[in-house]
Design a protein around this ligand. Structure first.
Ligand code: ATP
Length: 139
């Protein structure tokens, strides 16, 4: 039995991540999930979350990726994540994410005052994305 998985993260910008891993953790809409090699085949929707990947090489180095929702598929030790966007910690522009956070907070406040629930939800999602990027970017 293999002790590793291939992990690929795909976004409209292309393949953002492609490495071998011994362990990953993701957050699905049902909660956090730790995944080792030989995991049962699965498909699950993902939350906006910090994905942790323990690499096979580089002394079990850990990578962090800000994953913005999407879908997880595990099939025969191939883990594929398809998301609207995903950024590795080293690629995150933290000041951009802080600007996005402030913008989302302002939009949220205005939308709440105006009782515009669609706008409230949109701003909440944008805020979650920005907070996730800030957190991953600071790792
Ligand atoms: P912003 O308002 O700063 O554009 P956003 O949440 O609207 O943020 P998205 O639409 O989710 O941005 O992403 C657009 C593209 O920009 C994607 O390719 C995403 O990976 C990238 N991106 C967004 N924010 C950052 C960031 N802080 N650092 C690096 N890349 C980012």
């Amino acid at each position: 039995m293999s002790e590793m998985m291939t992990v690929q993260i795909v976004t409209p910008d292309g393949i953002r991540y492609d490495h071998h891993a011994t362990y990953i953790s993701v957050t699905t809409t049902d909660g956090e999930m730790g995944i080792l090699a030989n995991h049962v085949n699965t498909i699950a929707p993902l939350a906006v979350h910090e994905m942790k990947i323990r690499r096979v090489d580089d002394d079990n180095h850990v990578d962090w990726v800000a994953v913005n929702g999407g879908i997880l598929e595990i099939k025969d030790n191939m883990v594929t994540i398809v998301a609207d966007s995903a950024e590795r910690a080293r690629d995150i522009d933290i000041s951009r994410a802080e600007r996005a956070k402030r913008r989302a907070e302002q939009e949220l406040e205005l939308a709440e005052q105006a009782h515009q629930m669609d706008e409230v939800r949109r701003a909440q999602v944008a805020l979650r994305r920005a907070l996730n990027r800030i957190s991953v970017g600071n790792k």
